[in-house]
Design a protein around this ligand. Structure first.
Ligand code: AVJ
Length: 299
């Protein structure tokens, strides 16, 4: 955190949004009318589930990167033939444990092996007791959009190593009318603004800082040249903030870059997937081409 705030261009990794309160705020975002990705992805899954499970096959081990509330996985678990196990990975421990506790009674025969970890770092993959036909990574929500190009490729390569002989079922948000994108990250109820500002609240609480939340503004916009939404917290005044004993100065209008959310065309994502060692087997989209769910295999 300190390093990110001491850079000439202040920047914080978006993974730090997801403490318990942040994860709850994110769930609220997913339910917003203006935030089209969640409901669009769910409707694609609902419509195409038969084709998806036919590709995944029986006895696969599902490994979910950033499992959150473990809502979407239920559609797969309801349709898959004898999954060998489910490994939800999430950085938010309380939410992970809550989700597993809610899932277990609904799927009594399923072996659930939760991992609380930052999935961009090394972690040990637990082994289920049942025989595994293939490992399938599940990475919905277009969280791949949070990664810059090179880190995205490296992360996909890491998944390809974990799932060799299997595949990756991934949600990828698509390029579209910039105004639709803008509204999705500037909702009228201000939930996205609260989600963004909550990061400062978290730093105050966990790192003994004194950010004044009303002295920063939520600013999100689509950058067409870079194909990404950029989310920032902009200082509304000249001010000095203390993080423990360290002082951080902000000029009026200076920003902390808190998140990027890259948008792809189907062709652009295919190039990235191939560069990471995957074969694009199938791409499903909605009628308006807002969002895609893709199955990538790795030999
Ligand atoms: C969870 C990364 C997919 O980029 O759309 C939603 C996070 N940020 N609104 C996204 C987010 C602001 C979301 N992902």
């Amino acid at each position: 955190m300190l390093q990110g705030l001491q850079d000439a261009r202040k920047e914080l990794p978006s993974k730090y949004f997801y403490d318990d309160a942040g994860s709850r705020l994110f769930e609220q975002i997913c339910a917003l009318d203006e935030y089209y990705p969640t409901r669009t992805e769910l409707s694609i899954m609902r419509e195409r589930m038969a084709e998806m499970v036919a590709l995944l096959g029986p006895n696969c081990l599902l490994i979910e990167y950033g499992s959150g509330s473990s809502t979407k996985i239920r559609m797969l678990l309801d349709a898959l033939q004898d999954p060998a196990g489910y490994v939800p990975i999430d950085i938010a421990k309380e939410q992970l444990l809550r989700s597993v506790a809610a899932l277990t009674p609904a799927y009594p025969a399923l072996e659930v092996l939760p991992v609380c970890a930052d999935y961009t770092s090394d972690f040990a993959l637990p082994s289920p007791t049942k025989l595994v036909s293939r490992r399938i990574a599940y990475f919905p929500g277009s969280t791949i959009g949070n990664f810059d190009r090179e880190p995205a490729k490296r992360f996909l390569q890491q998944i390809a190593r974990v799932c060799t002989g299997g595949g990756l079922l991934i949600g990828v948000d698509l390029k579209k009318d910039c105004n639709i994108l803008h509204r999705a990250y500037n909702d009228s109820q201000g939930v996205t603004a609260r989600f963004n500002l909550h990061l400062l609240e978290r730093i105050n609480r966990e790192l003994d800082a004194n950010f004044q939340l009303d002295q920063f503004g939520h600013y999100a916009f689509y950058n067409p040249g870079q194909s990404r939404i950029e989310m920032h917290l902009v200082s509304l005044t000249d001010q000095v903030v203390c993080i423990g004993k360290v002082e951080i100065a902000f000029k009026l209008g200076e920003s902390i870059w808190t998140e990027s959310s890259y948008k792809y065309t189907v062709e652009e994502f295919a190039r990235l997937a191939r560069a990471a060692g995957f074969t694009v087997e199938r791409v499903w989209t909605d009628a308006q081409q807002l969002f895609s769910v893709q199955y990538l295999s790795v030999a």
